[in-house]
Design a protein. Sequence first.
Length: 80
Amino acid sequence: MNNSSDPQTGPIEVSVAADETYYWCRCGRSKNQPFCDGSHQGSEFEPLAFTAEKTDKVWLCTCKNTANAPFCDGSHEKHD
Ligand code: FES
């Protein structure tokens, strides 16, 4: 079990529905990655709201280093 607040390193594939709004965890503390579960409270972070353009499967970043949030851009592979 990983009970730390360390972000995972790889992206998570999730199904999103067209025109639905999702809240991507930006702080790394959520136990419901890649989505916000409210654990950011008391930190400097706020979740990123995004609306899916279409019903699809997407890869959402969990390392929080992506330059294309909330989507994975491969940045996790640049870490040791
Ligand atoms: Fe991480 Fe809300 S729990 S932004």
